[in-house]
Write a protein that binds this ligand. Structure first.
Ligand code: FES
Length: 125
């Protein structure tokens, strides 16, 4: 399938996302700064619409030497999308689950050309 324009790069919030349907294939297109990422909108857990979840900084617990928590810490470099069905999180830059790299969203090629965001959806087979 040829590249398909899904919008102007400037129309995306930062961080932001748009979910598009291209000939029956749902694709989540994300913006983080000047970078764009795209994935099939299918969660590897139970096929939920993972790309439609909340976009949040990765949160971890600040565990002290005595193994108590000093509260949550929010990443300044990693932003996740959280599947709305059961809460699996995926790093928007890699599509991977933060603690199990084998669990990941299926990537779709995306690029920006002359201000337009284009995705290339492989043919179904
Ligand atoms: S379907 Fe996405 S977390 Fe279960």
């Amino acid at each position: 399938m040829p590249d398909v324009i899904v919008g102007k790069a400037s129309d995306f919030k930062d961080p932001g996302r748009k979910v598009v349907d291209i000939s029956g294939t749902e694709i989540g297109v994300f913006r983080l700064g000047d970078d764009f990422f795209a994935y099939h909108n299918i969660c590897p857990h139970l096929d939920g619409p993972a790309c439609q979840g909340k976009i949040l900084p990765c949160a971890t617990e600040d565990v002290q030497a005595d193994r108590t928590s000093a509260g949550r810490v929010y990443s300044k470099t990693q932003t996740n999308v959280i599947c709305p069905w059961h809460g699996f999180e995926f790093d928007i830059r890699t599509g991977r689950h933060p603690t199990d790299a084998s669990v990941r969203l299926r990537p779709v090629p995306v690029k920006v050309l002359n201000g337009d965001v284009l995705v290339s959806v492989p043919n179904r087979s």
